[in-house]
Design a protein around this ligand. Structure first.
Ligand SMILES: CSC[C@@H](O)[C@@H](O)C(=O)COP(=O)(O)O
Ligand SMILES: [Zn+2]
Length: 249
């Protein structure tokens, strides 16, 4: 018997005593895509599951605060230099399960899935490519973030002054400074939006930006640090809006 997949010609004696040639092909199962993936996993599933669990925990808390209305918001964790775990587009961020999170490469291509990543995946991978030490990116649409983005769109930044909470931002050790939170115009074209963001991320220790009428992006070395930055910006923006109401800004 030959190797699987090879063809053989054998000669047999037919009933008429004439010689007949029969072609026999030895069957070999086709190598399926699934089998190929099992041989060389596209990513470490244990690592993915750990990242998904962290994303789920934070998104539930943020949704409970009303910061992800009507499926808004997207969330990711860098898994490796090549891959990030990120929320699938259009999911209710308050009810995520592991099945609502997928893997993309740093060019936003889905990895080993047919799901569609967040419509704003490009903003996440932009940060991962630009800053190799960024480990997680969180994006929310709280009322405070949305309003602040509209109010400060023309200035292109929210200038924050004198907050003790600056010390919650990596690299800052005092309230005696000014911190500019950049504000970029909203756009549905992700190339346009990414270019606007890229142009305002020149200062070291910038940990977030607002998109006008849209929401806040915040990031950090890991998801806990990104969350601390998100919470700090939300708090300081809330104070800024309150001071405007009081006529102090
Ligand atoms: C539901 S409107 C908000 C979206 O347009 C978008 O800004 C957003 O944050 C969520 O998009 P998604 O594709 O689910 O990641
Ligand atoms: Zn958004």
């Amino acid at each position: 018997m030959g190797a699987p997949g090879t063809a053989h010609n054998i000669t047999v004696e037919a009933p008429t005593r004439a010689l007949a040639t029969i072609r026999i092909v030895i069957w070999q199962p086709r190598r399926s895509r699934y089998t190929a993936r099992m041989d060389t996993p596209a990513f470490d599933h244990t690592l993915f599951a750990g990242c998904a669990a962290q994303i789920i925990q934070h998104t539930r808390e943020l949704a409970a605060r009303g910061w992800t209305p009507a499926t808004a918001g997207n969330f990711s964790i860098r898994m490796s230099p090549e891959h990030a775990a990120i929320t699938i587009s259009g999911k209710d961020k308050g009810r995520l399960t592991e099945a609502d999170i997928m893997v993309v490469d740093m060019a936003n291509n889905p990895v080993a899935t047919h799901h569609r990543p967040s419509a704003e995946a490009a903003l996440h991978t932009h940060l991962y490519r630009k800053f190799p030490d960024v480990g997680a990116v969180l994006h929310t649409h709280s009322p405070t973030q949305t309003i602040a983005g509209l109010l400060y769109a023309d200035e292109g930044r929210v200038r924050l002054r004198g907050y003790e909470l600056f010390k919650a931002l990596r690299g800052h050790t005092t309230h005696e400074i000014e911190v500019d939170l950049p504000v970029v115009p909203n756009a549905q074209d992700m190339d346009v939006l990414t270019a606007s963001v890229d142009a305002v991320l020149e200062h070291p220790n910038t940990w977030g930006y607002l998109i006008a009428g849209h929401g806040l992006y915040a990031w950090g070395r890991d998801i806990n640090e990104a969350r601390r930055h998100l919470d700090a910006f939300e708090f300081m923006l809330g104070c800024e809006l309150e001071m405007r109401r009081l006529g102090a800004r």
